[in-house]
Design a protein around this ligand. Structure first.
Ligand code: PEP
Ligand code: MG
Length: 590
């Protein structure tokens, strides 16, 4: 047996065989096509070759200008290869004779070609193999879009083991076959982790070298609570974990019996417990877990899961479906939060050195007004179908909010001229997830109907810790006094103006923080639906007075560790078994 410790990001325990995905397998499945599809694959291949040639020519010219002719000439080899008639014949042979997809034909031909270079006696030719792989990557990016994958090879239950999975790859997983996820990259609130949690797939991230240490077909245990992964477990360990898995399911169903009970404290204060979703199809699950509305609809996933650029009607259809499934319950539709780790092939993005600090989210929308307006039109059109609010993400200066609201107003006028119905009084809110905004929240108070604190980003920006980087994951803590102080500042500023303030980051779904957050004055939590029953149980066990006392004590401490262990102990005083071994949310599973 081999034990690897990572970060548990999606609860549950699974004992299952591994499927290791190397980068190539992720990108290129061995897919055959019907003979009738040959012309279409040929066309896709030609388009990818032409697009790649144009890019390389541009790269060669700009390199020549900045670094001189000799350096620019490096790309002549790439161009020569792309235009090599012999290589083209090989690609076409793959498509026309072997009925391979264009992707697989390119992958196979260039890998074979690369092997010839790799075995060459002349070092010059051996070196060129990197250029061949580079061309392969470029063509595949063109053919597939950088993020798109087909995990159609999976036909039996597996744990996916990989270096990394992007949020869109994770969203496309078939949850009836993918029983667990074990990856090397990522942190507790990376979008990949959040999606795994939404899908209810146990997941552990930050596992050093797990992809190299595992072979497809190996048995493994993935414990999404403790973050422990066990490779090649012996029979006794498998039995222990199967039993643990069984107990965990019982515990979950006992929690779900609380579904229709209110999230009300013992002294009668109601806390709104909403769900976070990425797709309309998640609404039922959120309601089944006890959500009384959706407090964060991450609409960018429409872009990440689509094979074409979503049209206004695509947006509208998605929102209308979510609203219909909600049956009158409220939904907060967040405008596109693309960029950084959420890349879409349909939105042109210039590569950036620091994408989390770059043109992401509302900045990207303000820079692409057309894209933004398409979405706002759809949200407004859908606003007459139910209880809909709109929310802007990542506001870092009042001017951004002003611009976003101005565009919203322009869209309203447009719809009015066209005679299309919409809710002129739609509630407009913004996320507070940038420290600058949390530190000085007053300028926004009269501009918005509500606020929602996004702790996932707020923590990363406040502590300068990338939320998706496993190497600094131990520094990422919502219990840091600086983070708590910012949350308090926002809650107080909103309280003075009588504006509702919700919290929609993962912190809201962490049982350790529930007492602190309601003690600080938060009355709406929007969280991953999986976490709702447990958080409700905590809320129903305390009075607001208890929670306020706990919040005061926690806020008087100076370090994240002290605060975290205090909150842990304080929560156990009310619910002695909350972190205990009998409870599958336990800190010490088998
Ligand atoms: C957040 O940042 O806390 C948040 C809820 O938004 P996202 O996780 O989509 O960035
Ligand atoms: Mg965010």
């Amino acid at each position: 047996m081999e034990l690897i410790k990572g970060i548990g990001v999606s609860s549950g325990v699974v004992v299952c065989r591994a499927m290791v995905l190397g980068e190539d397998e992720l990108r290129v499945g061995r897919r055959t096509i019907a003979p009738a599809d040959v012309p279409e694959e040929r066309r896709r291949l030609q388009a990818a070759l032409a697009g790649s040639s144009d890019e390389i020519r541009e790269l060669r010219d700009s390199t020549t200008r900045s670094l001189g002719k000799e350096t620019g000439a490096i790309f002549d080899f790439h161009l020569g290869l792309l235009n090599d008639p012999q290589l083209l014949k090989t690609f076409l042979f793959g498509i026309e004779t072997n009925y391979s997809s264009a992707e697989y034909a390119v992958h196979k031909a260039l890998r074979d070609y690369g092997r010839i270079f790799l075995n060459h006696e002349d070092a010059f030719f051996r070196e060129r193999v990197k250029d061949i792989y580079d061309i392969e990557r470029r063509l595949l990016d063109k053919l597939m879009g950088k993020e798109r994958i087909r995990l159609t090879d999976i036909t039996e239950p597996v744990v996916i083991v990989a270096h990394d999975l992007s949020p869109s790859q994770t969203a496309s997983l078939n949850k009836s076959l993918v029983r667990g996820i074990a990856i090397e990259a990522g942190g507790r609130t990376s979008h990949t982790a959040i999606i795994a949690n939404s899908l209810g797939i146990p997941a552990v991230v930050g596992l050093e070298n797990v992809a190299h240490r595992t072979t497809t077909g190996d048995m493994m245990v993935v414990n999404g609570y403790s973050g422990l992964v066990i490779l090649d477990p012996d029979q006794a360990t498998i039995n222990d974990h199967k039993e643990y898995e069984r107990r965990q399911k019982l515990y979950q169903s006992s929690l779900e019996q609380m579904r229709d009970l209110p999230a009300r404290t013992r002294d009668g204060v109601d806390i709104a417990l909403y769900g976070n979703i990425e797709f309309p199809s998640e609404v039922e699950n959120a309601i089944a877990k006890g959500a009384t509305g959706i407090g964060l609809y991450r609409t960018e996933f429409l872009y990440l899961s689509s094979d074409h650029e979503p049209t206004e009607d695509d947006h509208y259809a998605a929102y209308a479906e979510a609203i219909r499934r909600l049956g009158g319950r409220p939904v907060v539709i967040r405008t596109l939060d693309l960029g950084a780790d959420k890349y879409s092939p349909f939105v042109e993005q210039v590569p950036e050195a620091n994408p989390f600090l770059g043109c992401r989210s509302i900045r990207l929308c303000l820079a692409n007004e057309k894209l933004f307006m398409v979405q706002l039109r759809a949200i407004l059109r859908a606003s007459v179908l139910g209880n809909v609010s709109v929310m802007f993400p990542m506001i870092s200066a009042p001017i951004e909010l002003h611009k976003a609201k101005m565009i919203l107003k322009d869209v309203m006028e447009e719809l009015e001229e066209e005679g299309l119905p919409f809710n002129r009084y739609i509630r407009v809110g913004m996320m507070v997830e940038v420290p600058a905004t949390a530190l000085v929240p007053h300028p926004y108070m009269s501009e918005c109907d509500f606020f929602s604190i996004g702790t996932n980003d707020l923590i990363q920006y406040t502590l300068a810790v990338d939320r998706g980087n496993q190497r600094v994951a131990s520094l990422y803590s919502g219990a840091h006094p600086a983070v708590l102080s910012l949350i308090q500042t926002v809650v107080r500023a909103a309280g003075r103006k009588n504006k509702p303030v919700a919290l929609c980051g993962e912190l809201g779904g962490d049982p350790q923080f529930t007492l602190l957050l309601i003690g600080m004055g938060i009355r709406t939590l929007s969280i991953t639906p999986q976490n709702i029953p447990e958080i409700k149980k905590i809320i129903r066990s305390v009075t607001i007075k208890d929670a306020e006392k706990i919040a005061r004590t926690a806020m008087s401490k100076f370090s994240a560790n002290q605060i975290s262990s205090y909150l842990h102990d304080a929560t156990r005083k009310f619910l002695p078994d909350i972190f205990s071994e009998e409870n599958p949310g336990a800190a010490h599973p088998p």
